[in-house]
Design a binder for this molecule. Structure first.
Ligand SMILES: C[S@@+](CC[C@H](N)C(=O)[O-])C[C@H]1O[C@@H](n2cnc3c(N)ncnc32)[C@H](O)[C@@H]1O
Length: 244
């Protein structure tokens, strides 16, 4: 979809592809979900916010891991939020969903300061300036001791890093396709859709990943402490910061 400024955004064709193929296309998906949850300090009854939950696997993991927490899941896609509700149906009483636009700032004040704000594979749709603003707004919104956890693709600044990320992502999708289906049909679709950002970084205007070092710096500048990257593979990183 293209807006009045000519900017391309995630659309429902993207949602459909991701719902169909996310389980193949996301490297070490289950491990990533575990690590994101591991980075959240325990806080009974707390409000956790997920930005752009997609089909809701991370929201469900948080609801299961933190048995008395509440999750607010915000996404720009109504079909994605309906899928999140289905995925989390066993915990429906502790899940709230809402439509939002990630780049807007109107959703960034909450009736109760969240203990954690997390997001997987979505913040790269913002440009660098928008990410910096988001990081500052999230730091402002969190309660003291809270955490911001980002899982996302990151842009390797050197050609060698791009080549390594591209190769590792291909290998990861090949392995997942073989493990799940015993054939390479999903890997062929990954190639047909041109999903491997690192093979053609200028090919898809909705993808604007920033270098990891820049993003860690922006978290520190926003006031987060303990800023660190906990995991990195195939150009996908999980990084976080604590609100003092
Ligand atoms: C690649 S999917 C990731 C889904 C899920 N977080 C995961 O890791 O499996 C991207 C998600 O971000 C949402 N999204 C993308 N751009 C958005 C925007 N500008 N505003 C709101 N939601 C957006 C999409 O609807 C989709 O659910």
């Amino acid at each position: 979809m293209t807006d009045m400024h000519g900017t391309k955004h995630w659309d429902e064709n993207n949602s459909r592809s991701f719902l169909d193929y996310g389980r193949y296309f996301v490297p070490e998906r289950e491990r990533q979900i575990d690590i994101i949850a591991d980075l959240i300090p325990a806080a009974p009854g707390a409000l956790l916010v997920e930005l752009c939950p997609g089909e809701g696997l991370l929201s469900r993991a948080l609801l299961e891991r933190f048995g008395d927490c509440r999750v607010l899941a915000l996404d720009g896609s109504e079909p994605m939020l309906m899928q999140t509700q289905r995925t989390c149906r066993d915990h429906a009483g502790r899940l709230t969903t809402g439509i939002f636009e990630l780049a807007d700032r109107d959703w960034r004040s909450f009736s109760e300061p969240p203990h954690a704000i997390v997001s997987s594979l979505a913040i790269h749709h913002l440009d660098g300036r928008q990410k910096q603003t988001l990081f500052a707004d999230v730091e402002e919104a969190l309660r003291p001791g809270g955490v911001f956890v980002v899982a996302d693709i990151v842009h390797p600044p050197r050609a060698a890093g791009l080549a390594i990320a591209a190769r590792q992502w291909d290998e990861a999708v090949r392995s997942r396709a073989l493990a799940i289906d015993g054939d390479l049909a999903a890997f062929a679709e990954f190639n047909r859709l041109g999903w491997n950002y690192f093979r053609n970084p200028d090919g898809e205007p909705i993808d604007k990943p920033s270098p990891l070092a820049d993003q860690l710096g922006w978290l520190s500048e926003a006031g987060f402490t303990g800023v660190d990257c906990a995991w990195l593979f195939a150009g996908h990183a999980i990084f976080s910061g604590l609100k003092p």
